[in-house]
Design a binder for this molecule. Structure first.
Ligand code: ADP
Ligand code: ZN
Length: 622
Protein backbone atom coordinates (compact mmCIF):
# COMPACT_ATOMS: atom_id res chain seq x y z
CA UNK A 1 0.00 0.00 0.00
CA UNK A 2 1.67 3.19 -1.14
CA UNK A 3 -0.63 5.97 0.01
CA UNK A 4 -2.23 5.91 3.41
CA UNK A 5 -5.81 6.85 4.16
CA UNK A 6 -6.18 10.09 6.11
CA UNK A 7 -7.37 8.22 9.19
CA UNK A 8 -4.06 6.43 9.38
CA UNK A 9 -2.12 9.63 9.02
CA UNK A 10 -4.05 11.06 11.91
CA UNK A 11 -3.02 7.88 13.76
CA UNK A 12 0.60 8.69 12.99
CA UNK A 13 0.22 12.06 14.65
CA UNK A 14 -1.21 10.38 17.70
CA UNK A 15 1.71 7.98 17.78
CA UNK A 16 4.27 10.74 17.50
CA UNK A 17 2.51 12.70 20.16
CA UNK A 18 2.41 9.71 22.53
CA UNK A 19 6.06 8.78 22.20
CA UNK A 20 7.08 12.35 22.83
CA UNK A 21 4.74 12.83 25.73
CA UNK A 22 5.25 9.52 27.54
CA UNK A 23 8.75 8.47 26.56
CA UNK A 24 10.38 11.66 25.41
CA UNK A 25 11.38 10.15 22.06
CA UNK A 26 11.47 12.42 19.05
CA UNK A 27 11.18 9.83 16.30
CA UNK A 28 10.45 6.21 15.66
CA UNK A 29 13.03 3.65 14.76
CA UNK A 30 12.83 1.52 11.61
CA UNK A 31 9.66 -0.61 11.47
CA UNK A 32 8.29 0.68 14.76
CA UNK A 33 5.61 2.72 12.97
CA UNK A 34 4.49 -0.31 10.95
CA UNK A 35 4.40 -2.56 14.00
CA UNK A 36 2.49 0.00 16.04
CA UNK A 37 -0.02 0.49 13.24
CA UNK A 38 -0.62 -3.26 13.05
CA UNK A 39 -1.28 -3.15 16.79
CA UNK A 40 -3.74 -0.30 16.49
CA UNK A 41 -5.55 -1.83 13.52
CA UNK A 42 -5.71 -5.28 15.09
CA UNK A 43 -3.80 -7.02 12.35
CA UNK A 44 -1.67 -10.06 13.20
CA UNK A 45 2.04 -9.37 12.95
CA UNK A 46 5.42 -10.99 13.26
CA UNK A 47 8.02 -8.40 14.18
CA UNK A 48 11.67 -9.38 13.99
CA UNK A 49 14.05 -6.72 15.21
CA UNK A 50 17.55 -7.18 16.60
CA UNK A 51 18.27 -6.74 20.28
CA UNK A 52 18.06 -3.07 21.05
CA UNK A 53 15.86 -2.45 18.03
CA UNK A 54 13.02 -1.17 20.19
CA UNK A 55 10.45 -3.95 20.14
CA UNK A 56 8.80 -3.08 23.44
CA UNK A 57 7.62 0.31 22.25
CA UNK A 58 5.72 -1.42 19.44
CA UNK A 59 3.29 -3.11 21.82
CA UNK A 60 3.33 -0.37 24.43
CA UNK A 61 1.94 2.37 22.20
CA UNK A 62 -1.22 0.81 20.66
CA UNK A 63 -3.29 0.28 23.84
CA UNK A 64 -2.47 3.81 24.92
CA UNK A 65 -3.89 5.23 21.72
CA UNK A 66 -6.89 2.92 21.45
CA UNK A 67 -7.51 3.00 25.22
CA UNK A 68 -7.63 -0.80 25.36
CA UNK A 69 -6.16 -3.26 27.79
CA UNK A 70 -3.64 -5.43 25.91
CA UNK A 71 -1.81 -8.46 27.22
CA UNK A 72 1.95 -9.08 26.90
CA UNK A 73 3.25 -12.61 27.30
CA UNK A 74 6.80 -12.65 28.53
CA UNK A 75 9.02 -15.55 29.59
CA UNK A 76 10.85 -14.15 32.59
CA UNK A 77 9.65 -12.48 35.74
CA UNK A 78 12.71 -10.23 35.84
CA UNK A 79 11.96 -9.04 32.34
CA UNK A 80 8.35 -8.21 33.20
CA UNK A 81 9.20 -6.44 36.39
CA UNK A 82 11.81 -4.22 34.78
CA UNK A 83 9.47 -3.20 32.01
CA UNK A 84 6.57 -2.54 34.32
CA UNK A 85 8.77 -0.46 36.60
CA UNK A 86 10.06 1.55 33.67
CA UNK A 87 6.57 2.09 32.28
CA UNK A 88 5.08 3.15 35.59
CA UNK A 89 7.96 5.56 36.06
CA UNK A 90 6.73 7.18 32.85
CA UNK A 91 3.20 7.32 34.21
CA UNK A 92 2.08 4.48 31.97
CA UNK A 93 -0.51 2.19 33.62
CA UNK A 94 1.06 -1.30 33.40
CA UNK A 95 0.77 -4.28 35.71
CA UNK A 96 2.50 -7.66 35.89
CA UNK A 97 1.02 -10.84 37.30
CA UNK A 98 3.58 -13.44 38.27
CA UNK A 99 4.42 -16.11 40.80
CA UNK A 100 6.81 -13.86 42.70
CA UNK A 101 3.97 -11.69 44.09
CA UNK A 102 2.42 -11.90 47.53
CA UNK A 103 -1.32 -12.56 47.75
CA UNK A 104 -1.92 -8.97 48.72
CA UNK A 105 0.03 -7.65 45.77
CA UNK A 106 -1.84 -9.93 43.43
CA UNK A 107 -5.26 -8.91 44.68
CA UNK A 108 -4.34 -5.24 44.35
CA UNK A 109 -3.06 -5.80 40.81
CA UNK A 110 -6.16 -7.73 39.83
CA UNK A 111 -8.37 -4.98 41.14
CA UNK A 112 -6.53 -2.43 39.09
CA UNK A 113 -6.86 -4.56 35.96
CA UNK A 114 -10.55 -5.23 36.56
CA UNK A 115 -11.18 -1.49 36.78
CA UNK A 116 -10.11 -1.26 33.14
CA UNK A 117 -7.54 1.47 33.68
CA UNK A 118 -4.56 -0.72 32.94
CA UNK A 119 -3.19 -0.48 29.40
CA UNK A 120 -0.76 -3.41 29.53
CA UNK A 121 -0.92 -6.61 31.57
CA UNK A 122 2.28 -8.67 31.60
CA UNK A 123 1.82 -12.35 32.23
CA UNK A 124 3.78 -15.61 31.89
CA UNK A 125 2.79 -18.07 29.15
CA UNK A 126 1.69 -20.73 31.62
CA UNK A 127 -0.70 -18.30 33.32
CA UNK A 128 -2.38 -16.61 30.36
CA UNK A 129 -4.80 -19.48 29.72
CA UNK A 130 -5.53 -20.26 33.36
CA UNK A 131 -9.13 -20.02 34.52
CA UNK A 132 -8.35 -17.27 36.97
CA UNK A 133 -6.69 -15.07 34.39
CA UNK A 134 -9.43 -15.68 31.83
CA UNK A 135 -12.10 -14.70 34.35
CA UNK A 136 -10.15 -11.55 35.07
CA UNK A 137 -9.73 -10.35 31.51
CA UNK A 138 -12.87 -11.65 29.80
CA UNK A 139 -15.01 -8.73 30.95
CA UNK A 140 -12.42 -6.33 29.47
CA UNK A 141 -12.79 -7.73 25.97
CA UNK A 142 -9.06 -7.97 25.36
CA UNK A 143 -8.37 -7.40 21.67
CA UNK A 144 -4.59 -7.83 21.30
CA UNK A 145 -1.88 -10.12 22.64
CA UNK A 146 1.81 -9.41 22.25
CA UNK A 147 4.03 -12.48 22.49
CA UNK A 148 7.52 -11.39 23.47
CA UNK A 149 10.52 -13.63 22.75
CA UNK A 150 8.25 -15.56 20.39
CA UNK A 151 11.08 -17.80 19.17
CA UNK A 152 10.71 -19.68 22.47
CA UNK A 153 7.76 -21.45 20.82
CA UNK A 154 9.98 -23.17 18.27
CA UNK A 155 11.90 -26.38 18.64
CA UNK A 156 14.21 -25.05 15.97
CA UNK A 157 15.09 -21.97 17.94
CA UNK A 158 17.87 -21.63 20.42
CA UNK A 159 15.66 -21.06 23.41
CA UNK A 160 12.73 -23.44 23.24
CA UNK A 161 10.39 -23.28 26.24
CA UNK A 162 7.73 -25.96 26.52
CA UNK A 163 5.26 -23.59 28.18
CA UNK A 164 5.25 -21.49 25.01
CA UNK A 165 3.59 -24.38 23.20
CA UNK A 166 0.43 -23.69 25.17
CA UNK A 167 0.09 -20.40 23.34
CA UNK A 168 -1.12 -22.36 20.31
CA UNK A 169 -4.50 -22.23 22.07
CA UNK A 170 -4.63 -18.43 22.17
CA UNK A 171 -6.16 -18.28 18.69
CA UNK A 172 -9.11 -20.52 19.51
CA UNK A 173 -9.65 -19.04 22.97
CA UNK A 174 -9.61 -15.46 21.64
CA UNK A 175 -10.75 -15.74 18.02
CA UNK A 176 -11.40 -12.01 17.73
CA UNK A 177 -8.10 -10.79 19.14
CA UNK A 178 -5.03 -10.04 17.07
CA UNK A 179 -1.72 -11.72 17.87
CA UNK A 180 1.61 -9.91 17.65
CA UNK A 181 4.74 -12.00 17.83
CA UNK A 182 8.06 -10.33 18.68
CA UNK A 183 11.52 -11.81 18.49
CA UNK A 184 15.12 -10.72 18.02
CA UNK A 185 16.54 -13.85 16.63
CA UNK A 186 14.60 -15.77 14.11
CA UNK A 187 16.02 -17.63 11.16
CA UNK A 188 13.52 -18.18 8.34
CA UNK A 189 12.73 -21.65 9.67
CA UNK A 190 11.97 -20.36 13.16
CA UNK A 191 9.94 -17.51 11.70
CA UNK A 192 7.71 -19.94 9.81
CA UNK A 193 7.37 -22.06 12.90
CA UNK A 194 6.15 -19.06 14.90
CA UNK A 195 3.55 -18.24 12.24
CA UNK A 196 2.36 -21.86 12.16
CA UNK A 197 2.28 -22.50 15.89
CA UNK A 198 0.43 -19.30 16.73
CA UNK A 199 -1.81 -19.72 13.68
CA UNK A 200 -1.21 -16.12 12.67
CA UNK A 201 -3.72 -14.88 10.07
CA UNK A 202 -2.07 -13.20 7.10
CA UNK A 203 0.42 -11.62 9.44
CA UNK A 204 2.21 -8.41 8.64
CA UNK A 205 5.79 -9.70 8.67
CA UNK A 206 8.24 -6.97 9.61
CA UNK A 207 11.89 -7.94 9.59
CA UNK A 208 14.45 -5.32 10.49
CA UNK A 209 18.05 -5.19 9.45
CA UNK A 210 20.26 -7.43 11.50
CA UNK A 211 23.46 -5.65 10.86
CA UNK A 212 24.83 -3.65 13.73
CA UNK A 213 27.38 -1.49 11.93
CA UNK A 214 28.62 0.13 15.13
CA UNK A 215 29.83 -3.19 16.54
CA UNK A 216 33.32 -4.46 15.76
CA UNK A 217 33.42 -8.24 15.87
CA UNK A 218 36.56 -10.16 16.67
CA UNK A 219 37.19 -13.86 17.10
CA UNK A 220 40.37 -15.11 18.73
CA UNK A 221 41.50 -18.60 19.50
CA UNK A 222 41.47 -18.99 23.24
CA UNK A 223 44.89 -19.92 24.45
CA UNK A 224 45.22 -18.12 27.73
CA UNK A 225 41.83 -16.64 28.44
CA UNK A 226 42.77 -14.37 31.35
CA UNK A 227 45.45 -12.27 29.67
CA UNK A 228 43.36 -12.15 26.51
CA UNK A 229 40.34 -10.87 28.43
CA UNK A 230 42.37 -8.35 30.40
CA UNK A 231 43.98 -7.14 27.23
CA UNK A 232 40.60 -6.52 25.60
CA UNK A 233 39.15 -4.85 28.69
CA UNK A 234 42.10 -2.50 28.84
CA UNK A 235 41.06 -1.23 25.43
CA UNK A 236 37.86 -0.07 27.16
CA UNK A 237 39.23 0.97 30.52
CA UNK A 238 36.68 2.67 32.73
CA UNK A 239 33.82 1.75 30.39
CA UNK A 240 31.00 -0.74 30.71
CA UNK A 241 31.80 -4.30 29.70
CA UNK A 242 30.23 -7.74 30.06
CA UNK A 243 32.21 -10.97 30.03
CA UNK A 244 30.10 -14.06 29.42
CA UNK A 245 31.27 -17.40 30.84
CA UNK A 246 29.62 -20.82 30.67
CA UNK A 247 29.80 -21.81 34.34
CA UNK A 248 28.99 -20.00 37.54
CA UNK A 249 32.35 -20.90 39.02
CA UNK A 250 34.15 -19.27 36.10
CA UNK A 251 32.28 -16.01 36.54
CA UNK A 252 33.41 -15.92 40.17
CA UNK A 253 37.06 -16.72 39.61
CA UNK A 254 37.28 -14.38 36.66
CA UNK A 255 35.74 -11.51 38.62
CA UNK A 256 38.33 -12.17 41.36
CA UNK A 257 41.15 -12.11 38.85
CA UNK A 258 39.88 -8.91 37.28
CA UNK A 259 39.62 -7.20 40.63
CA UNK A 260 43.19 -8.21 41.29
CA UNK A 261 44.07 -6.58 37.98
CA UNK A 262 42.42 -3.39 39.31
CA UNK A 263 39.17 -3.58 37.37
CA UNK A 264 35.92 -2.69 39.07
CA UNK A 265 34.33 -6.08 38.45
CA UNK A 266 31.66 -8.33 39.91
CA UNK A 267 30.10 -11.65 39.01
CA UNK A 268 26.49 -12.47 38.24
CA UNK A 269 24.75 -15.82 37.89
CA UNK A 270 21.51 -17.52 38.79
CA UNK A 271 23.09 -19.26 41.80
CA UNK A 272 23.60 -16.03 43.73
CA UNK A 273 20.92 -14.96 46.14
CA UNK A 274 18.48 -12.33 44.90
CA UNK A 275 20.07 -9.61 47.02
CA UNK A 276 23.51 -10.19 45.58
CA UNK A 277 22.13 -10.25 42.08
CA UNK A 278 20.20 -7.07 42.55
CA UNK A 279 23.25 -5.37 44.02
CA UNK A 280 25.40 -6.29 41.04
CA UNK A 281 22.71 -5.11 38.62
CA UNK A 282 22.34 -1.84 40.45
CA UNK A 283 26.09 -1.29 40.79
CA UNK A 284 26.44 -1.85 37.08
CA UNK A 285 23.50 0.36 36.20
CA UNK A 286 24.84 3.12 38.45
CA UNK A 287 28.38 2.84 37.11
CA UNK A 288 29.85 1.75 40.43
CA UNK A 289 31.31 -1.24 38.62
CA UNK A 290 32.49 -1.44 35.03
CA UNK A 291 32.73 -5.14 34.33
CA UNK A 292 30.23 -7.89 35.00
CA UNK A 293 31.42 -11.49 34.60
CA UNK A 294 28.23 -13.37 34.03
CA UNK A 295 26.47 -16.42 32.81
CA UNK A 296 23.77 -15.88 30.22
CA UNK A 297 21.40 -15.23 33.13
CA UNK A 298 22.67 -11.67 32.96
CA UNK A 299 21.48 -9.33 30.31
CA UNK A 300 17.77 -9.60 29.71
CA UNK A 301 16.98 -7.06 32.37
CA UNK A 302 20.07 -4.92 31.95
CA UNK A 303 19.25 -1.69 30.27
CA UNK A 304 22.63 -0.01 30.15
CA UNK A 305 22.90 1.15 26.61
CA UNK A 306 26.55 2.27 26.80
CA UNK A 307 28.13 -1.17 27.07
CA UNK A 308 31.34 -0.74 25.09
CA UNK A 309 32.61 -4.28 25.11
CA UNK A 310 31.06 -7.75 25.28
CA UNK A 311 33.52 -10.59 25.63
CA UNK A 312 32.60 -14.24 25.33
CA UNK A 313 35.15 -16.15 27.37
CA UNK A 314 33.67 -19.28 25.84
CA UNK A 315 31.77 -20.03 22.69
CA UNK A 316 27.99 -19.70 22.99
CA UNK A 317 25.91 -22.63 21.84
CA UNK A 318 24.37 -20.91 18.85
CA UNK A 319 24.76 -17.90 16.59
CA UNK A 320 21.36 -16.76 17.88
CA UNK A 321 22.71 -16.67 21.41
CA UNK A 322 25.81 -14.93 20.22
CA UNK A 323 23.89 -12.28 18.32
CA UNK A 324 21.65 -11.66 21.29
CA UNK A 325 24.42 -11.46 23.89
CA UNK A 326 26.90 -9.56 21.76
CA UNK A 327 24.01 -7.32 20.75
CA UNK A 328 23.95 -5.88 24.25
CA UNK A 329 26.99 -3.86 23.27
CA UNK A 330 26.53 -0.40 21.82
CA UNK A 331 22.76 -0.11 22.08
CA UNK A 332 23.27 3.65 22.09
CA UNK A 333 24.50 3.38 18.52
CA UNK A 334 28.11 4.29 19.36
CA UNK A 335 30.91 1.96 18.48
CA UNK A 336 31.59 -1.03 20.67
CA UNK A 337 33.62 -4.22 20.50
CA UNK A 338 32.46 -7.82 20.62
CA UNK A 339 35.20 -10.35 21.22
CA UNK A 340 34.67 -14.07 21.05
CA UNK A 341 37.35 -16.26 22.57
CA UNK A 342 36.94 -19.61 21.05
CA UNK A 343 38.25 -23.05 21.77
CA UNK A 344 36.97 -26.27 20.26
CA UNK A 345 36.87 -27.62 23.80
CA UNK A 346 33.91 -25.27 24.36
CA UNK A 347 31.97 -27.08 21.65
CA UNK A 348 32.68 -30.42 23.28
CA UNK A 349 31.52 -29.02 26.57
CA UNK A 350 28.26 -27.91 25.02
CA UNK A 351 27.79 -31.31 23.46
CA UNK A 352 27.97 -33.02 26.79
CA UNK A 353 25.75 -30.39 28.43
CA UNK A 354 23.17 -30.89 25.68
CA UNK A 355 23.27 -34.65 26.02
CA UNK A 356 22.72 -34.31 29.74
CA UNK A 357 19.83 -31.91 29.36
CA UNK A 358 18.20 -34.26 26.86
CA UNK A 359 18.32 -36.98 29.52
CA UNK A 360 16.69 -34.63 31.98
CA UNK A 361 13.83 -33.70 29.67
CA UNK A 362 10.73 -35.74 30.25
CA UNK A 363 9.83 -36.15 26.62
CA UNK A 364 13.45 -35.88 25.48
CA UNK A 365 13.13 -35.62 21.72
CA UNK A 366 16.12 -36.71 19.62
CA UNK A 367 15.18 -34.15 16.98
CA UNK A 368 15.65 -31.46 19.58
CA UNK A 369 19.20 -32.68 20.10
CA UNK A 370 19.80 -32.76 16.35
CA UNK A 371 18.60 -29.19 16.04
CA UNK A 372 20.88 -28.11 18.88
CA UNK A 373 23.85 -29.82 17.29
CA UNK A 374 23.14 -28.01 14.07
CA UNK A 375 23.12 -24.68 15.90
CA UNK A 376 26.40 -25.59 17.55
CA UNK A 377 27.98 -26.51 14.22
CA UNK A 378 26.94 -23.18 12.75
CA UNK A 379 28.48 -21.38 15.69
CA UNK A 380 31.75 -23.27 15.24
CA UNK A 381 31.68 -22.45 11.57
CA UNK A 382 31.37 -18.78 12.41
CA UNK A 383 34.28 -18.92 14.81
CA UNK A 384 36.57 -20.72 12.40
CA UNK A 385 35.79 -19.06 9.13
CA UNK A 386 38.12 -16.51 7.63
CA UNK A 387 35.14 -14.44 6.34
CA UNK A 388 33.63 -11.07 7.18
CA UNK A 389 31.80 -11.47 10.51
CA UNK A 390 29.13 -8.88 9.73
CA UNK A 391 28.37 -10.66 6.51
CA UNK A 392 28.20 -14.07 8.15
CA UNK A 393 25.84 -12.87 10.88
CA UNK A 394 23.56 -11.01 8.49
CA UNK A 395 23.45 -13.94 6.08
CA UNK A 396 22.74 -16.31 8.91
CA UNK A 397 19.53 -14.40 9.51
CA UNK A 398 18.59 -14.71 5.88
CA UNK A 399 19.57 -11.20 4.82
CA UNK A 400 21.93 -9.87 2.20
CA UNK A 401 25.08 -8.01 3.02
CA UNK A 402 25.98 -5.68 0.22
CA UNK A 403 29.27 -4.03 0.95
CA UNK A 404 32.55 -5.71 0.12
CA UNK A 405 34.22 -5.02 3.40
CA UNK A 406 32.54 -4.00 6.63
CA UNK A 407 35.57 -2.24 8.05
CA UNK A 408 34.50 -3.42 11.48
CA UNK A 409 35.56 -7.01 11.95
CA UNK A 410 38.87 -8.72 12.48
CA UNK A 411 38.78 -10.27 9.02
CA UNK A 412 38.09 -7.03 7.13
CA UNK A 413 40.53 -5.14 9.31
CA UNK A 414 43.20 -7.60 8.26
CA UNK A 415 43.78 -8.80 11.81
CA UNK A 416 43.29 -12.44 10.99
CA UNK A 417 46.64 -13.53 9.80
CA UNK A 418 46.63 -16.64 7.76
CA UNK A 419 49.29 -19.24 8.07
CA UNK A 420 51.41 -19.34 4.96
CA UNK A 421 52.01 -22.92 3.90
CA UNK A 422 48.81 -24.09 5.54
CA UNK A 423 48.73 -26.97 3.07
CA UNK A 424 52.14 -28.27 4.06
CA UNK A 425 51.51 -27.90 7.76
CA UNK A 426 48.15 -29.64 7.46
CA UNK A 427 49.68 -32.46 5.47
CA UNK A 428 52.31 -32.99 8.13
CA UNK A 429 49.73 -33.12 10.89
CA UNK A 430 47.55 -35.54 8.95
CA UNK A 431 50.49 -37.77 8.06
CA UNK A 432 51.41 -37.93 11.69
CA UNK A 433 47.88 -39.06 12.55
CA UNK A 434 48.23 -41.73 9.87
CA UNK A 435 51.66 -42.83 11.09
CA UNK A 436 50.45 -43.14 14.66
CA UNK A 437 47.65 -45.37 13.34
CA UNK A 438 44.77 -43.05 14.19
CA UNK A 439 44.89 -44.19 17.80
CA UNK A 440 46.03 -41.14 19.75
CA UNK A 441 44.67 -37.89 21.06
CA UNK A 442 45.73 -34.38 20.18
CA UNK A 443 48.32 -34.11 22.96
CA UNK A 444 50.35 -37.07 21.82
CA UNK A 445 50.19 -36.23 18.12
CA UNK A 446 51.40 -32.73 18.94
CA UNK A 447 54.23 -34.18 21.03
CA UNK A 448 55.37 -36.38 18.18
CA UNK A 449 55.22 -33.56 15.65
CA UNK A 450 57.19 -31.31 17.96
CA UNK A 451 59.81 -33.96 18.59
CA UNK A 452 59.12 -34.25 22.31
CA UNK A 453 61.39 -36.65 24.17
CA UNK A 454 58.97 -37.83 26.81
CA UNK A 455 58.54 -41.37 28.16
CA UNK A 456 55.38 -42.05 26.23
CA UNK A 457 56.92 -41.10 22.91
CA UNK A 458 59.96 -43.24 23.67
CA UNK A 459 57.97 -46.21 24.94
CA UNK A 460 55.86 -46.21 21.78
CA UNK A 461 59.02 -45.69 19.71
CA UNK A 462 57.29 -42.78 18.05
CA UNK A 463 60.59 -40.91 17.92
CA UNK A 464 61.46 -43.29 15.12
CA UNK A 465 58.54 -42.17 12.96
CA UNK A 466 59.25 -40.14 9.85
CA UNK A 467 56.87 -37.45 11.10
CA UNK A 468 58.70 -37.08 14.40
CA UNK A 469 59.80 -33.50 14.95
CA UNK A 470 58.45 -32.31 11.59
CA UNK A 471 56.77 -29.28 13.14
CA UNK A 472 59.16 -28.63 15.98
CA UNK A 473 59.28 -24.92 15.27
CA UNK A 474 55.71 -24.52 16.54
CA UNK A 475 54.98 -23.90 20.17
CA UNK A 476 52.89 -26.58 21.77
CA UNK A 477 49.88 -24.30 22.11
CA UNK A 478 50.10 -23.07 18.57
CA UNK A 479 50.30 -26.52 17.14
CA UNK A 480 47.42 -27.66 19.33
CA UNK A 481 45.41 -24.74 17.97
CA UNK A 482 46.24 -25.77 14.42
CA UNK A 483 45.13 -29.35 15.03
CA UNK A 484 41.86 -28.05 16.47
CA UNK A 485 41.37 -25.86 13.43
CA UNK A 486 41.68 -28.91 11.23
CA UNK A 487 39.11 -30.69 13.39
CA UNK A 488 36.77 -27.69 13.22
CA UNK A 489 36.99 -27.55 9.47
CA UNK A 490 36.19 -31.26 9.34
CA UNK A 491 39.54 -32.03 7.76
CA UNK A 492 40.29 -34.33 10.65
CA UNK A 493 37.92 -36.23 12.91
CA UNK A 494 38.12 -36.36 16.66
CA UNK A 495 35.95 -38.95 18.31
CA UNK A 496 35.54 -41.16 21.32
CA UNK A 497 33.83 -39.86 24.44
CA UNK A 498 36.26 -40.49 27.26
CA UNK A 499 39.60 -40.21 25.52
CA UNK A 500 39.01 -38.77 22.08
CA UNK A 501 41.43 -39.86 19.37
CA UNK A 502 42.21 -38.28 16.03
CA UNK A 503 41.10 -40.10 12.92
CA UNK A 504 41.37 -39.41 9.23
CA UNK A 505 38.29 -38.85 7.11
CA UNK A 506 37.89 -38.59 3.33
CA UNK A 507 38.69 -34.88 3.44
CA UNK A 508 41.96 -35.64 5.25
CA UNK A 509 43.03 -37.81 2.35
CA UNK A 510 42.15 -35.12 -0.16
CA UNK A 511 44.42 -32.74 1.72
CA UNK A 512 47.23 -35.25 1.90
CA UNK A 513 46.95 -35.94 -1.81
CA UNK A 514 47.13 -32.22 -2.49
CA UNK A 515 43.61 -32.18 -3.95
CA UNK A 516 42.25 -29.74 -1.48
CA UNK A 517 43.53 -26.42 -0.22
CA UNK A 518 43.62 -25.62 3.45
CA UNK A 519 43.27 -22.17 4.97
CA UNK A 520 44.34 -21.79 8.54
CA UNK A 521 44.45 -18.90 10.86
CA UNK A 522 47.88 -18.16 12.18
CA UNK A 523 47.76 -19.61 15.67
CA UNK A 524 47.82 -17.18 18.56
CA UNK A 525 51.19 -17.47 20.24
CA UNK A 526 52.71 -17.78 16.80
CA UNK A 527 55.73 -19.78 16.02
CA UNK A 528 58.25 -20.61 18.70
CA UNK A 529 61.19 -18.35 19.15
CA UNK A 530 64.28 -20.04 17.87
CA UNK A 531 67.87 -19.52 18.81
CA UNK A 532 69.18 -16.25 17.41
CA UNK A 533 70.90 -17.42 14.25
CA UNK A 534 68.20 -19.96 13.58
CA UNK A 535 65.38 -17.46 14.02
CA UNK A 536 66.94 -15.12 11.51
CA UNK A 537 67.31 -17.89 9.04
CA UNK A 538 63.58 -18.62 8.90
CA UNK A 539 62.71 -14.97 8.22
CA UNK A 540 60.85 -14.73 4.94
CA UNK A 541 61.34 -18.37 4.12
CA UNK A 542 58.56 -20.13 2.26
CA UNK A 543 58.29 -23.38 4.13
CA UNK A 544 56.54 -25.13 1.29
CA UNK A 545 59.38 -24.30 -1.04
CA UNK A 546 61.89 -25.32 1.58
CA UNK A 547 60.21 -28.72 1.74
CA UNK A 548 60.27 -29.04 -2.03
CA UNK A 549 63.97 -28.22 -2.11
CA UNK A 550 64.64 -30.73 0.62
CA UNK A 551 62.90 -33.36 -1.48
CA UNK A 552 65.11 -32.55 -4.43
CA UNK A 553 68.22 -32.63 -2.23
CA UNK A 554 67.24 -36.08 -0.95
CA UNK A 555 66.75 -37.32 -4.48
CA UNK A 556 70.13 -36.02 -5.66
CA UNK A 557 71.84 -37.39 -2.56
CA UNK A 558 70.24 -40.79 -3.08
CA UNK A 559 71.42 -40.91 -6.65
CA UNK A 560 74.94 -39.89 -5.67
CA UNK A 561 74.95 -42.22 -2.68
CA UNK A 562 75.89 -39.46 -0.22
CA UNK A 563 74.15 -37.95 2.82
CA UNK A 564 71.93 -34.94 1.94
CA UNK A 565 74.00 -32.39 3.84
CA UNK A 566 76.87 -33.04 1.49
CA UNK A 567 74.78 -31.58 -1.32
CA UNK A 568 73.57 -28.48 0.58
CA UNK A 569 73.11 -27.62 4.24
CA UNK A 570 69.68 -26.71 5.63
CA UNK A 571 70.86 -23.13 6.01
CA UNK A 572 71.54 -23.03 2.28
CA UNK A 573 68.14 -24.46 1.43
CA UNK A 574 66.43 -21.93 3.66
CA UNK A 575 68.28 -19.07 2.09
CA UNK A 576 67.41 -20.49 -1.29
CA UNK A 577 63.75 -20.70 -0.30
CA UNK A 578 63.95 -17.10 0.81
CA UNK A 579 65.77 -15.67 -2.21
CA UNK A 580 64.09 -17.91 -4.79
CA UNK A 581 66.84 -17.43 -7.41
CA UNK A 582 65.77 -17.98 -11.01
CA UNK A 583 69.06 -17.44 -12.82
CA UNK A 584 72.56 -18.89 -12.37
CA UNK A 585 73.84 -15.46 -11.32
CA UNK A 586 71.21 -15.10 -8.64
CA UNK A 587 71.83 -18.67 -7.54
CA UNK A 588 75.39 -17.77 -6.72
CA UNK A 589 74.15 -15.23 -4.19
CA UNK A 590 72.65 -17.93 -2.03
CA UNK A 591 74.45 -18.60 1.22
CA UNK A 592 76.77 -21.62 0.87
CA UNK A 593 76.72 -21.82 -2.93
CA UNK A 594 80.08 -21.68 -4.70
CA UNK A 595 80.95 -22.02 -8.39
CA UNK A 596 81.19 -25.80 -8.32
CA UNK A 597 77.89 -26.40 -6.65
CA UNK A 598 76.23 -23.86 -8.84
CA UNK A 599 77.48 -25.74 -11.89
CA UNK A 600 76.50 -29.12 -10.51
CA UNK A 601 73.11 -28.35 -8.94
CA UNK A 602 72.07 -24.87 -10.00
CA UNK A 603 69.90 -25.86 -12.94
CA UNK A 604 67.99 -28.52 -11.01
CA UNK A 605 67.22 -26.26 -8.05
CA UNK A 606 66.26 -23.28 -10.21
CA UNK A 607 63.87 -25.52 -12.07
CA UNK A 608 62.38 -26.72 -8.79
CA UNK A 609 61.90 -23.14 -7.62
CA UNK A 610 60.17 -22.15 -10.85
CA UNK A 611 57.97 -25.23 -10.76
CA UNK A 612 56.97 -24.46 -7.17
CA UNK A 613 56.07 -20.90 -8.04
CA UNK A 614 54.06 -22.00 -11.08
CA UNK A 615 52.09 -24.38 -8.89
CA UNK A 616 51.38 -21.53 -6.50
CA UNK A 617 50.24 -19.29 -9.37
CA UNK A 618 47.82 -21.89 -10.61
CA UNK A 619 45.94 -22.18 -7.34
CA UNK A 620 45.36 -18.45 -7.09
CA UNK A 621 41.68 -17.95 -7.99
CA UNK A 622 40.95 -15.84 -11.05
P1 ADP B 1 14.46 -4.72 22.23
O1 ADP B 1 13.34 -5.23 23.08
O2 ADP B 1 14.12 -4.75 20.77
O3 ADP B 1 15.78 -5.36 22.53
P2 ADP B 1 13.99 -2.30 23.64
O4 ADP B 1 12.54 -2.25 23.39
O5 ADP B 1 14.46 -2.75 24.98
O6 ADP B 1 14.68 -3.20 22.54
O7 ADP B 1 14.63 -0.90 23.27
C1 ADP B 1 16.01 -0.67 23.38
C2 ADP B 1 16.28 0.74 23.85
O8 ADP B 1 15.92 1.67 22.85
C3 ADP B 1 15.47 1.11 25.07
O9 ADP B 1 16.30 1.82 25.94
C4 ADP B 1 14.36 1.98 24.52
O10 ADP B 1 13.90 2.89 25.46
C5 ADP B 1 15.04 2.67 23.36
N1 ADP B 1 14.10 3.06 22.29
C6 ADP B 1 13.15 2.30 21.71
N2 ADP B 1 12.51 2.97 20.74
C7 ADP B 1 13.08 4.20 20.68
C8 ADP B 1 12.87 5.38 19.88
N3 ADP B 1 11.94 5.41 18.93
N4 ADP B 1 13.66 6.43 20.11
C9 ADP B 1 14.61 6.41 21.07
N5 ADP B 1 14.85 5.36 21.86
C10 ADP B 1 14.12 4.25 21.68
ZN1 ZN C 1 33.95 -7.59 7.93
Amino acid sequence: MLSQPPASRAGDDAIRDAIRRVWGFSSLRPLQAEAIRAGIEGRDALVVLPTGGGKSLCYQVPPLITERTDVVISPLIALMKDQVDALRANGYPAVALHSGMSDGERVAAEKEIAAGRTRLVFVAPERVLSGRFLRLINPLGVRAFAIDEAHCISHWGHDFRPEYRWLARLRSTFPDASLHAYTATATPQVRQDIVDQLQLREPHVLVGSFDRPNLTYRVRAKLEARPQIIDALRRHAGQAAIVYCISRRETESLADALREAKFKAACYHAGLNPDQRRRTQEDFANERIDVVCATVAFGMGVDRSDVRCVIHAAMPKSIEHYQQEAGRAGRDGLEAECLLLFSPADALRWESLLARSLEEQEDGAPEWLDAQHKLLREMRGYANAVRCRHRMLVEHFGQRFDSESCGACDVCLGEVEELSDANTVAQKVLSCVARTRESFGIGHVVDVLRGARNDRVQALRHHELSTYGLLKHFEKKSLTDIVYQLVEQDLLTRDGDELPVLRLNPASWEVMRGERDVRLRKPVGGVAKRSKGDAASWEGVSEGLFEALRGLRRQIADEAGVPPYVIFSDATLRDMARQKPKSPGAFLNVYGVGETKRRKFGAAFIEAIKAFEDRGARIVPE
